[in-house]
Design a protein around this ligand. Structure first.
Ligand SMILES: [Zn+2]
Length: 140
């Protein structure tokens, strides 16, 4: 199971939408699992502000991937920009993976925390936008 915020391995921390009745299938989701209290809290704050609407993480994932480019470039620069990947030691490849994964996770958590801190109007606009996009996609 992956953390719903940062995609790290989840560790048994869950969440349910207490606004909905026990019989409502929207009350629980097996995707609402977290790696840490930090991620659980960021998620909880967004859900609280949006009254249970989750924001599509796709845009955030793309931004998180972009945020990996700079640390990736820095590390490759450190160990030798002109070296082919085939010449990397196992340790260097693992460090490269770690640099990218860490940057990705840090961005995802920071973005969720930033969203949680934003005002409710902003979050409602995002949700409305998302629904419009889904409707347009559905109409095509
Ligand atoms: Zn997490």
């Amino acid at each position: 199971m992956k953390c719903a915020v940062c995609s790290r391995q989840a560790k048994g921390l869950g969440w349910f939408n207490a606004r909905l009745r026990r019989s409502d299938p929207g009350r629980y989701s097996d995707r609402w699992v977290f790696c840490s209290m930090e991620c659980q809290n960021a998620f909880y704050q967004i859900m609280n502000k949006t009254e249970g609407h989750m924001i599509d993480p796709t845009e955030m994932e793309i931004a998180a991937m972009r945020s990996c480019l700079s640390p990736l470039g820095e590390y490759v620069g450190e160990i030798g920009m002109t070296r082919p990947l085939a010449d990397y030691s196992r340790e260097e490849v693992l460090t490269l993976v770690d640099v990218v994964v860490s940057a990705y996770q840090a961005h995802m958590l920071a973005e969720h925390e930033r969203m949680a801190a934003r005002d409710r109007t902003f979050l409602e606009q995002r949700i409305a936008q998302q629904q419009t996009t889904a409707e347009i996609r559905g109409a095509m």
